[in-house]
Design a protein around this ligand. Structure first.
Ligand code: BJW
Ligand code: ZN
Length: 254
């Protein structure tokens, strides 16, 4: 896309965001790719050469907890070295520029909180949380090592599990209800870095569109939801989101 066309596009999105009372952002793994964290799907994704159903289902964990934990501990050991990027920081800036803002993330990496976002709904949990399989006690995982050992509950000595949501599991009722309400009530939604194939998350973008929100997809690749979006920005999130913030600030001054 020519520079002028990109500028016009950013100004148009900025204008929609500035006029919105409530902005909702639906986020996926693509935003963290520029922090060095692989996405899930695709040739360089976490699941390349692996089966998601052997790593991200309660059945897999029941059958072979060691394999599932090894995958999780390896990701934790990588994650603790990663930092938020320009895309995460731009979302913090947008939150501060609009009256109401809801960040609905499918990501389990905690980078939105690290960047400073405030109103976050973590639909698929958090990789750095351990939850007891027996008494449901939740603890924060260590960030300074221990990436070789399966955690044991400090209260009842049962095996812990990662605090993420696997396929076939219910999402937190509180989180999905709040996300659903945000999708229905927002005037603008940015759908960033998600393949939009996992439900119920993907359905939130459809819900927002159905309720009249202006929807913008930010993703270098097309997705099944591209066709229902008002606008698609085929750029990496770490470039597109800061450009939108810049346009929001310019229109503020102008
Ligand atoms: C960039 C970029 C850059 C790259 N900038 N972009 C309705 C229809 C069909 C099925 C279902 C349905 N409702 C429920 C289901 C079943 C299932 C489901 O959705 N299955 C489909 C896949 C077929 N859903 C569930 O089971 C959910 N539970 C549920 O619904 O409970 C009720 C129920 C149960 C049973 C039956 C019916 C109802 C739970 C879903 C949990 C998902 N969990 C995971 C794993 C977390 C654990 C872990 O971390 O190990 O969450 S799956 C995985 O996918 C992870 C992600 O959060 C999620 C979404 O992936 P995401 O973020 O979109 O990443 P990618 O890799 O797919 O895409 C990255 C994108 O970034 C790409 O598009 C790139 O182009 C782009 N990109 N660089 C911007 N720089
Ligand atoms: Zn316990």
């Amino acid at each position: 896309m020519a520079a002028k066309a990109i500028d016009d596009c950013m100004v148009a999105v900025a204008d929609r965001l500035r006029r919105a009372q409530h902005v909702c952002c639906l986020i996926g793994a693509g935003i963290s790719a520029e922090s060095g964290i692989p996405t899930f799907r695709g040739p360089d994704g976490f699941w390349a050469g692996r089966s998601a159903f052997d790593l991200a289902t309660p059945e897999a964990f029941a059958r072979d907890p060691e394999t599932v934990w090894r995958f999780c501990l390896w990701r934790r050991s990588q994650l603790v070295t990663k930092r938020p990027n320009a895309g995460h920081h731009a979302l913090v800036a947008i939150e501060r520029l609009v009256p109401q803002f809801t960040l609905v993330t499918q990501n389990v990496d905690g980078l939105h909180r690290a960047a400073g976002s405030a109103n976050i709904l973590e639909l698929h949990g958090n990789l750095m949380v351990d939850r007891c399989t027996a008494c449901a006690l939740e603890t924060q995982a260590a960030t300074d090592g221990g990436f070789e050992t399966i955690p044991i509950c400090p209260e009842c000595r049962a095996m812990m599990r990662p605090g993420v949501v696997w396929f076939g599991e219910m999402l937190s009722l509180d989180a999905i209800q709040k996300a659903d309400a945000a999708a229905r009530s927002c005037q603008a939604m940015l759908v960033v870095g998600t393949s939009s194939v996992v439900h119920p998350a993907a359905g939130l973008a459809e819900m927002a569109r159905l309720h009249g929100a202006f929807t913008v997809e930010i993703n270098p690749e097309e997705t099944p939801l591209s066709r229902i979006m008002n606008m698609c920005i085929r750029m990496p999130a770490g470039e597109a989101l800061p450009a939108i913030v810049e346009a929001m600030n310019s229109s503020d001054r102008g």
